[in-house]
Write a protein that binds this ligand. Structure first.
Ligand code: MCN
Ligand code: CUM
Length: 803
C-alpha cells in the first residue's frame, strides 16, 4: 500500500490553510445516499427507450410503428419524421456540425438512434422497440479513416450536399521555418530526421454511471425541468433554449450527483432531446437511461488520431524542430467538444515540454461510419494525443541515436528561467521547474539501479535464459488547463468565464454558489476550502451549491480540468470581495478607520499592532445584519458576486516513470512500478489531488494495455460491452508512488493549476515507452496501443500489429 510518509514532499512553498481533509460529499456516497439521475422518481413518470440501428450505413426505406403504438402500455412512439415536424430531427453539435436526433434519411453508424418509445415502465419501453419494423437498404460503410478520402468512397454526409468525407484541415505553427530546419537536418552530417507513425486508438470514457435524463414539462407553467447527466448545466440550458426557442427562465437544468463523467457528459445526446419531446408529447415526466452497450457504442468516444511524427535533431541529442501530420477520425457527425476556434482541440501543444526552434502540425478531420464525438476522456482537449506523440517520438529519437531517454529529456526540457515561455505554436506556458520535477522522479524511482537491473536481465536473456524482460518508460508532460480566456475560447459563442456567488449568513456560516459541476472530483470539499481560507472560517461552515441552473450563477462547466483554474479563481476572488466588505463593517464595529485594519491568517480583522482589538468573521457577519451604523453607501449584509475571466490557461506538468516486466513468450505485461511526480501549483487538498492522479494513472494503464473501440469491416462495433472493452482494476495496477513539486501559477489568485486530467494525459506514453524499452532486445522501436499480449508478442516477432 501507498505510504503517505514515503511521498516526496518538495512542497515547502505551499501556503498554509489548505490540506488533506476528508471529502464532505462522501458522507452521503459511502452510505448509499447519493442522488443520481436514475434515483430520481417523479410522480406520473414514464420511461423511454431508444431503437438503434443494427447497421453502420444504410438508407431508411420505411419505419412501421403501428404495432408498438398499439401496445396498451405504450404512450408514444417518436420517429425522425415526428421530430422533423417540430424542426428537431437534427440538432447542432458542439463543433458547428449537425447531428441526427432520430434518423430520417440514413443511418450512419451502428447504434445510431432511430426511434424512441415512451411507456409505463422501462421494460415495456424496451420490449416495444421489438415491435417497430424498420426496412433498411444497406450501403457500403466507410470504416478505415485512411480510406475515407479515397476516390469513389461512399459519401456519408449527403445530407449536407457534401461530395466527400472531408471535414476540416487545420494547422498550427510555422510551416516554412519548420520545413527549413528539416531540410537543414537532412543535409547536415551531424543531424538526423527521425520519423514514426503511430495510432492513438479510439477509446471510451466509460463512466460507471451511463448517460440519462428526466424531462419534466409542466403544461401549466410552461417550465421545462431536465434532470440530466451533464458536466455543464448552464451551457446545456442555453443550448436547449436556443434550439427550442424557449426563454432560459422557462428552463431548469439540474445535474444531480454524477457517477463519473471523464468528458463523456459534456455533449448533448439524442436521448436527452427525445426525453424532452416525450414529455412534451405525453404531458408527463419521461426518464431515459441508456444501458452499458448503448453508452459504449453511441456516446462520445475519444482519440482516434492517426499521427505521423517527425523530429529534426542533432546527433548529440538537441531537438530542433517537430513536424506532425494527423488524420483524425471523427465518426459520422462532428460532435467533438472544444473551444470553437480549436477544431483539433489543444493539440497545438504537441511541442511538449521542450525548447524547440520551430514546429508545425496539420490535422485533417474525416467522417467515417462510426459514433461521433471526439475529445472525451480526460484529455484536456486532445492534449492526451499531443503528449503521447511527443513523448513517444522522444523515445524513438533516443532509440535511434543510442541515447538514454532520461538524459535526452534533461537536455531538451525548458529551463525554469525561460518562463513565461511562448512555444513555437504560440502557447504561453506560465511556470514550472521541469528539470527538478524530472530529477525528483528519477531519484524516487532509483533510475540508475533500475537500469543496472535491466542490463543484468538483458545479459541473461541474451545468454539464452528464459527471463522476463524489464522495461523502463519515461514521460514528461505539460498540460494546458483552465479554458478561457473568453476572448479566444468559447463554446458555440458562450465565452469561457465563470461566475461565483458567496453569502455569509448572520451566524457566520456561508453558502457558495458555483457554476461548475462535480462528477466525483470533490468540489463540495475543495471549493469550501478555498472560500474558507479566504474568509478565515472552517470549510465545514461553507456549503457549496452546484449543479442546478436555477440556483447557481452562469458558467461553462467542468471539463478540461478548468474548475480549479477558473471557478476556483472565481471562488477566491468572491471571498476576497466579501472579506473587503467585512473590513468596512469591522472598522465601524471598532470605530477605527478602514486603513488601520490588517487581515490575520486566523480569520480576524485586527487593528494594526493591537492584537486585543480584532473581530472575527462571525462577529462581523452578525454586525453586518444588525442596526450598527455603517458608512454612507454601505448597505449591510455580507455577500458578493464575481465573474472570472482567466487571463491565461494554467500549465501543470509532471514526470512519470513506469517499470514493466514483459514475458516475451506470451506477450504478457506486468506493471511493476509507477512513479508519478506532479506539479499542479498550490494544492488545495493533497488527498483529493492524489486521488485524481491515482484515477488517471489507472486510465493510462487501461489505454496503454487493454482498451480500444475497434470495428470490423462492416462497421460492427467490437467494443460494446465490458467483456470486450476492459477497465483496469487493482490487479493490473501497481501501488502508485507519488511525488510532487510546487510551482504556483503566477496569474491564478491562489497559485493553483488544474490536475484532474494530468495523469490520464501523462501516463499512456510512460507505459508504452516502458513496454517498447523492454522489447529493445528484439529491435522493437514502436508498437501501437493497446499493447495486449497479442500485440506485444507480434512486436517481439518483428511483425507489429498496425491498424
Ligand atoms: N485540486 C486541488 N488542488 C489543485 C488542483 C485541483 O485540490 N491544485 C482539486 C480540485 O479542487 C478538485 C479536483 O482536485 O476537487 C480536480 O480539480 P481540477 O483539476 O480543477 O479538475 P475539475 O474539477 O475541473 O475536474 C475535471 C477533470 C476532468 S476534465 C475529467 S475528464 C475528469 C477528472 O477531472 N473526470 C473525473 N477527474 C475525475 N474524477 C472523477 N472522480 N470523476 C470524473 O468524471
Ligand atoms: Cu476531455 S474529458 Mo474532461 O475535459 O471532461
Amino acid at each position: 500500500m501507498q505510504n503517505p510518509s514515503d511521498q516526496v514532499r518538495a512542497a515547502e512553498e505551499t501556503p498554509r490553510g489548505y490540506g488533506s481533509m476528508k471529502r464532505k460529499e462522501d458522507a452521503r456516497f459511502v452510505r448509499g445516499r447519493g442522488q443520481y439521475v436514475d434515483d430520481i422518481v417523479l410522480p406520473r413518470m414514464l420511461h423511454g427507450a431508444v431503437l438503434r440501428s443494427p447497421l453502420a450505413h444504410a438508407r431508411i426505406v420505411s419505419i412501421d410503428t403501428s404495432a408498438a403504438e398499439a401496445h396498451p402500455r405504450v404512450h408514444a412512439v417518436i420517429t425522425g419524421e415526428t421530430l422533423a415536424g417540430l424542426g428537431l430531427a437534427w440538432m447542432p453539435t458542439l463543433s458547428n456540425d449537425v447531428q441526427a436526433v432520430l434518423a430520417t434519411d440514413k443511418v450512419r453508424f451502428q447504434g445510431q438512434e432511430v426511434a424512441f418509445v415512451v411507456a409505463d415502465d422501462k421494460y415495456t419501453a424496451r420490449d416495444a422497440l421489438g415491435l417497430i419494423d424498420v426496412e433498411y437498404e444497406p450501403l457500403d460503410p466507410v470504416i478505415d479513416a485512411k480510406q475515407a478520402l479515397a476516390e469513389g468512397m461512399p459519401v456519408i454526409r449527403d445530407d449536407k450536399d457534401k461530395t466527400d468525407n472531408h471535414i476540416f484541415d487545420w494547422e498550427s505553427g510555422d510551416r516554412a521555418r519548420t520545413d527549413a530546419i528539416f531540410a537543414e537536418a537532412e543535409a547536415a552530417d551531424d543531424q538526423v530526421v527521425v520519423v514514426e507513425d503511430m495510432l492513438y486508438p479510439r477509446v471510451h470514457p466509460a463512466p460507471l454511471e451511463t448517460c440519462g435524463s428526466i424531462a419534466d414539462m409542466d403544461p401549466v407553467s410552461g417550465k421545462l425541468t431536465i434532470y440530466t447527466t451533464t458536466q455543464a448545466p448552464h451551457a446545456h440550458r442555453t443550448l436547449y433554449a436556443l434550439v427550442a426557442g424557449l426563454p432560459e427562465h422557462k428552463l431548469r437544468v439540474v445535474s444531480p450527483d454524477i457517477g463519473g463523467g471523464f468528458g463523456n457528459k459534456v455533449g448533448i445526446y439524442p436521448g436527452y432531446v427525445c426525453s424532452i419531446v416525450g414529455s412534451i408529447v405525453t404531458g408527463r415526466p419521461v426518464k431515459w437511461m441508456e444501458d452499458r452497450s448503448e453508452n459504449l457504442m453511441s456516446t462520445s468516444f475519444a482519440r482516434d488520431y492517426h499521427m505521423r511524427g517527425e523530429v529534426a535533431v542533432t546527433r548529440d541529442g538537441k531537438i530542433r524542430a517537430v513536424r506532425v501530420h494527423v488524420l483524425a477520425d471523427h465518426g459520422a457527425f462532428n460532435g467533438t467538444a472544444q473551444p470553437t476556434a480549436f477544431p483539433a482541440g489543444f493539440f497545438g501543444v504537441f511541442t511538449g515540454s521542450y525548447d524547440l526552434e520551430a514546429a508545425h502540425c496539420g490535422v485533417t478531420g474525416v467522417y467515417t461510419n462510426k459514433a461521433s464525438g471526439g475529445v472525451a476522456y480526460a484529455c484536456s482537449f486532445r492534449i492526451t494525443e499531443a503528449v503521447y506523440l511527443i513523448e513517444r517520438m522522444v523515445d524513438v529519437v533516443a532509440h535511434d541515436l543510442g541515447l538514454d531517454p532520461a538524459e535526452l529529456r534533461m537536455r531538451n526540457l525548458l529551463r525554469p528561467e525561460q518562463f513565461p515561455y511562448e512555444t513555437a505554436t504560440g502557447w504561453v506556458y506560465d511556470s514550472g521547474d521541469y528539470p527538478r520535477t524530472l530529477q525528483v522522479a528519477l531519484d524516487k524511482a532509483g533510475y540508475g539501479d533500475l537500469r543496472a537491473e535491466q542490463a543484468e536481465l538483458r545479459r541473461r536473456h541474451d545468454a539464452g535464459e528464459r527471463v522476463k524482460l524489464m522495461g523502463i518508460g519515461l514521460s514528461f508532460f505539460t498540460e494546458a488547463v483552465g479554458a478561457g480566456p473568453r476572448r479566444t475560447m468559447d463554446i458555440m459563442g458562450l465565452g469561457m468565464a465563470d461566475g461565483a456567488e458567496l453569502r455569509v449568513h448572520p451566524t457566520g456560516k456561508a453558502v457558495l454558489r458555483i457554476s461548475v459541476q462535480s462528477q466525483g472530483q470533490g468540489h463540495e470539499t475543495t471549493f469550501a476550502q478555498i472560500a474558507a481560507k479566504e474568509l478565515g472560517i472552517s470549510p465545514d461552515d461553507v456549503e457549496v451549491v452546484h449543479g442546478d441552473s436555477d440556483q447557481t450563477p452562469f458558467g461553462l462547466g467542468t471539463y478540461g480540468s478548468r474548475s480549479t483554474p477558473v471557478s476556483g479563481a472565481a471562488t477566491a476572488m468572491v471571498a476576497r470581495k466579501v472579506r473587503e466588505r467585512a473590513k468596512i463593517v469591522a472598522a465601524a464595529m471598532m470605530e477605527v478607520s478602514v486603513e488601520d485594519l490588517e487581515w490575520q491568517e486566523t480569520g480576524r480583522w485586527q487593528v494594526a499592532g493591537d492584537p486585543d482589538a480584532s473581530v472575527s468573521m462571525a462577529e462581523i457577519a452578525m454586525a453586518s445584519h444588525s442596526n450598527l451604523e455603517l458608512p454612507e453607501g454601505v448597505e449591510g449584509h455580507l455577500d458578493a458576486t464575481v465573474v472570472y475571466n482567466p487571463p491565461n490557461l494554467t500549465y501543470p506538468c509532471g514526470a512519470y516513470l513506469c517499470v514493466v516486466d514483459v514475458d516475451p513468450g506470451t506477450g504478457d505485461v506486468d506493471v511493476r512500478r509507477f512513479v508519478a511526480v506532479d506539479d499542479c501549483g498550490v494544492r488545495i487538498n493533497p488527498m483529493i489531488v492524489e486521488g485524481q492522479v491515482h484515477g488517471g494513472l489507472a486510465d493510462g494503464v487501461g489505454m496503454a494495455l487493454m482498451q480500444g473501440i475497434a470495428f470490423d469491416l462492416d462497421g460492427n462495433c467490437l467494443g460494446g460491452s465490458m467483456m470486450d472493452y476492459l477497465l483496469p482494476t487493482s490487479l493490473e495496477c501497481p501501488s502508485w508512488e507519488l511525488g510532487e513539486t510546487v510551482t504556483p501559477s503566477p496569474h491564478h489568485p491562489i497559485g493553483a493549476k488544474g490536475v484532474g486530467e494530468s495523469a490520464t494525459v501523462g501516463s499512456p506514453p510512460a507505459v508504452v515507452n516502458a513496454v517498447v524499452d523492454a522489447l529493445a532486445p528484439f529491435g522493437v522501436r514502436h508498437a501501437d496501443m493497446p499493447l495486449t499480449p497479442a500485440a506485444v508478442w507480434s512486436a517481439a516477432q518483428g511483425r507489429p500489429l498496425r491498424t
